[in-house]
Design a protein. Structure first.
Length: 216
């Protein structure tokens, strides 16, 4: 709002002074016309600078924008076993039994070029699966695996259509898979967000922060 006000004030003042300069020059008041014209140019330049700063701020906000994809609440149900409740932004919930030391969520991500993003095209995503994973490769190979689909198969899959015909979408920047994983802990609560660089998981309570802080 501050930059918008500055842009409007400087631009209006510059235009008014420009008209005044033209009138003075027509009346052969050269000094007054030149002074008013120079002042008008300065004000218009200040308005342009304020507009550029505002555009840069909007660009940063759009390109650093993160949209919520869900929250995950964990509760220990046994040795290296957890009950995970995934709450979507719309309020829907799903519960999963996960085994291991960490949880992982995978998604497909559709990223737009910067211009399309600036005019309102946010990064699109679809959560694909959630799974438990083990910290040690040996356990990953030998222990029981738990993985669940987060989306039912569709007859017409828009993501498949985008993948096939992406060459017809010049404003599409990238179409890729993304995943994030963090430790599981009793009582831990995490948020899942989607940014321009893909999925990110952040701790929301002390149990989650302690788990991430002691992660090896």
């Amino acid at each position: 709002m501050t930059f918008t006000a500055l842009i409007v004030v400087f631009a209006l003042a510059g235009v008014l002074l420009l008209f005044a300069a033209v009138r003075r020059l027509r009346r052969r008041r050269v000094f007054g016309g030149v002074l008013a014209g120079a002042t008008a140019l300065v004000l218009l330049l200040l308005s342009a600078c304020a507009a550029l700063i505002a555009v840069n701020l909007v660009t940063y906000q759009r390109l650093s924008f993160e949209q919520p994809a869900g929250e995950l609440q964990l509760g220990r149900s046994g040795p290296r076993e957890y009950s995970a409740v995934l709450t979507y932004p719309g309020g829907e919930r799903a519960t999963f039994a996960l085994r291991g030391d960490e949880w992982q969520v995978d998604a497909r991500v559709l990223k737009w070029h910067a211009f399309a993003n600036l005019v309102g095209f946010d990064t699109a995503y679809r959560l694909e699966r959630i799974s438990g994973r083990y910290a040690r490769i040996e356990d990953e190979r030998a222990q029981a695996r738990t993985v669940y689909a987060l989306n039912a198969p569709q007859r017409i899959d828009p993501w498949d259509l985008v993948h096939r015909y992406h060459s017809w979408l010049p404003w599409l920047d990238a179409f890729y898979g993304s995943a994030t994983f963090v430790p599981m802990a009793d009582g831990a609560l995490y948020e899942i967000k989607v940014s321009q660089s893909g999925l990110v998981a952040r701790p929301l309570n002390q149990a989650a922060r302690d788990a991430v802080g002691g992660w090896h």
